[in-house]
Design a protein around this ligand. Structure first.
Ligand code: NOJ
Length: 530
């Protein structure tokens, strides 16, 4: 590993801007709201904030349908608000990472408006237009991730256009060099403004089969998108050129990064997007989003990603985001739920890799049940309420007051019913809270080279316990995570203890690492050893 970069040693915090803090009471969060809450982020100790899309958007997919890549959505504020937020975050040592959505724009983007104006439009080829098949049907069998076919008929020009997501999200044609150039310029726009980098939306979708061949059916009898093997509508080998092009733009600037949403569950495929150091700086390792609550599962997933990653590349860790139910809900349990959140936090912040936190996980926010008449997410509307993503996007819980300190009493999504007892203010006042545990873990991670940059080695342990060692020159840490519902006695390698943390409030650290340590059900211990 060469020079260490801030995005390797640091901790990144994802904000869903609609839901973090509403400064003007219109029911939707905004940039000024985020600015007002910067002290929370600084106190927590994070290094960068990833903002889900803030660019102008008709909000068909809540920002993931961009109608201008180089401005700020008025609901969220203005470019001036952005600059102010970035400056004040910078004063606290916090960088901003923007979401960049290259696979598709909004259908209201001027590029698409121009493209759909007729077959002779100079921007016709900026999107993927095709004639119908001889019987009049769509060009192939590709399906939209969000339900229904992936082709929309355009009566006026007599062709179909491709949309891997909603019909309001037409796919850009990255095979056209003008598109690549224009999109690269949108990166430069924000890089010139000083952003730390980009989270790149569904990057694996940007290169598709140029012949647009049909996908074969997948085993099983799932309908629609899940009923196909995605052989031709994503992950085409030509993605490499595209990744190199993006990387070249980033390399025009110092200290910038990309983290790609490579929604491919095979770690070897996801790891390929690093192009051994010439592609993405990070590719999300999503395997933890699907792992059951088991020591073995997390050990297996950790090692699969470690094994897949080129030696000069750096992993990352993520347990929650705006697309999956929050992990406090996924792993909830009537008696051990809170303790499990602590084990999860200890794992996220001590394994090898850049941790990504999702807003609210630091106070153990759960998914919120959304009444049918309040559903907003197109996935919940088009596919099924049960798979809708609104439940993980509800307003941040700041205070035990009506509206939970979010800034509006009638927010765009309902506030969690437990917001009066689970919120930042109460947990700030309680040194035994999950919030304080997150903060202590982040502080320990920062102070301990083994934890923020060290190697990883798995340790043999007893059933139900995931144990590992992290080591860097002059720095060593030992971690044991009890995933089981019972007590466990573990022994760790020898070492004299220089510090550490236990997830059980006020539990004492042992005197020596290799003495028998009693772990309570769902307890984590992190030991810094000499
Ligand atoms: C992935 C994003 O994370 C998700 O929220 C969005 O709906 C799709 N990409 C489409 O952009």
């Amino acid at each position: 590993m060469g020079k260490r970069e801030w995005w390797q040693d640091g901790v990144i915090y994802q904000i869903y801007p609609r839901s973090f803090m509403d400064s003007n009471g219109d029911g939707v969060g905004d940039l000024e709201g985020i600015r007002q809450r910067l002290d929370h982020l600084a106190w927590l100790g994070i290094d960068a904030v990833w903002l889900s899309p803030i660019q102008p958007s008709p909000m068909a997919d809540f920002g993931y349908d961009v109608s201008d890549y180089c401005d700020v959505e008025p609901l969220f504020g203005s470019l001036d608000d952005f600059d102010r937020l970035q400056a004040e975050a910078g004063e606290r040592g916090i960088r901003l990472i923007l979401d960049w959505v290259p696979n598709h724009s909004s259908d209201r983007h001027p590029w698409f408006q121009e493209s759909r104006s007729g077959r002779a439009s100079p921007k016709r080829d900026w999107y993927v237009w095709r004639d119908p098949q001889s019987g009049g049907g769509p060009p192939n069998n590709w399906q939209s991730v969000f339900g229904g076919g992936a082709w929309e008929w355009d009566e006026a020009s007599g062709q179909f256009y491709l949309h891997s997501f909603l019909k309001e999200q037409p796919d850009l044609n990255w095979r056209n060099p003008e598109v690549a150039r224009a999109m690269h310029d949108t990166l430069r726009f924000w890089l010139d403004r000083g952003v730390g980098g980009f989270r790149i939306d569904v990057i694996h979708k940007c290169a598709k089969d140029p012949e647009l061949r049909d996908n074969p059916p997948a085993p099983g009898d799932n309908p629609g998108y899940l009923g196909q093997e995605h052989l031709h509508d994503e992950n085409h080998p030509d993605i490499e050129d595209l990744l190199r092009g993006i990387r070249r733009v980033l390399d025009e600037y110092d200290e910038r990064m990309t983290v790609g949403e490579v929604y491919i569950m095979d770690p070897r495929e996801a790891a390929r997007y690093y192009l051994a150091g010439e592609g993405l700086h990070l590719a999300f390792n999503f395997s933890f989003l699907r792992a059951p609550w088991s020591a073995e599962a997390f050990r297996r997933e950790t090692e699969a990603f470690e094994a897949a990653l080129p030696s000069n590349c750096w992993p990352d860790l993520v347990l929650s985001n705006h697309d999956v139910p929050r992990h406090a809900s996924r792993y909830d349990d009537p008696t051990l739920g809170e303790a499990r959140s602590r084990v999860a936090a200890a794992m996220l912040l001590t394994l090898r890799g850049t941790p990504f936190l999702y807003y609210g996980e630091e106070i153990g926010m759960r998914n919120v049940a959304i009444p049918e008449n309040r559903i907003q997410d197109p996935v919940g509307i088009n596919i099924h309420p049960a798979v809708g993503r609104d439940g993980e996007r509800t307003p941040m819980q700041w205070e035990p007051t009506p509206g939970a300190g979010f800034g509006s009493t009638d927010p765009w999504l309902p506030t969690a019913p437990d917001a009066d007892v689970r919120n930042v203010a109460l947990q700030r006042n309680d040194p035994d809270s999950l919030l304080h545990f997150y903060r202590a873990l982040i502080e320990l991670r920062r102070a301990t080279p083994a934890l923020h940059r060290g190697d990883y080695r798995s340790l043999d342990s007893v059933d139900g316990v995931f144990a590992y060692e992290r080591s860097a020159p002059g720095s060593r840490a030992l971690v044991a995570l009890n995933f089981s519902d019972g007590e466990r006695r573990v022994r760790l390698p020898a070492g004299s203890i220089a510090g550490g943390l236990r997830s059980e409030p006020r539990a004492e650290l042992p005197e020596h690492a290799d003495e028998e340590i009693h772990l309570a059900p769902s307890e984590a211990i992190v030991l810094v050893v000499d």
